[in-house]
Design a binder for this molecule. Structure first.
Ligand code: RB5
Length: 150
């Protein structure tokens, strides 16, 4: 199950992404925003990142104007690897090397055609594991050390 959300700056790209998921018969939940009113991107990052962090959702997609703010906020959640991607290469690498469980894009950066392509690449790419798993384990260790030092 994939959870999807955006702020007002990512609203039209979100519709394009939901259309891709629907076409591919992938189960997804659209967690808003639902209209063009100005909202705060951390609220929508939290909706998606909390579900990915808890395991309630396997993956997520987040969009704000640039993708920057919403990725910063999502990456505060333990176990979340939110990757801001801009092109086919970064979309592929985000899964192959980083096993990104949240794909992030900029609604004021990409066209709908580009965003559809990037989400398709991310969905269709597999994590390589191996030396990359060891690096992800180090990220998990950082999270655990921070938690136990609080
Ligand atoms: C909203 O105007 C804008 O700041 C937001 O969508 C995003 O680009 C933040 O990083």
């Amino acid at each position: 199950m994939i959870v999807v959300a955006s702020d007002h700056g990512g609203l039209s790209l979100k519709s394009a992404i939901c259309a891709v998921l629907k076409e591919r018969e992938i189960v997804y939940r659209d967690l808003g925003t639902d209209n063009g009113d100005s909202v705060d991107y951390p609220d929508f990052a939290a909706k998606v990142a909390a579900q990915v962090s808890s395991g309630e959702a396997e993956q997520g997609v987040l969009i704000c104007g640039t993708g920057i703010g919403i990725s910063i906020a999502a990456n505060k959640y333990p176990g979340v690897r939110a990757a801001l991607v801009h092109d086919p290469f970064t979309a592929k690498m985000s899964k192959e090397h980083n096993n990104a469980n949240i794909l992030v894009m900029g609604g004021r950066v990409l066209s709908e055609v580009e965003a559809r392509n990037l989400v398709t690449i991310w969905l269709d790419t597999a994590f390589e594991g191996g030396r990359h798993q060891k690096r992800l384990d180090k990220i998990t260790a950082i999270e655990e050390n921070l938690r136990s030092s609080r």
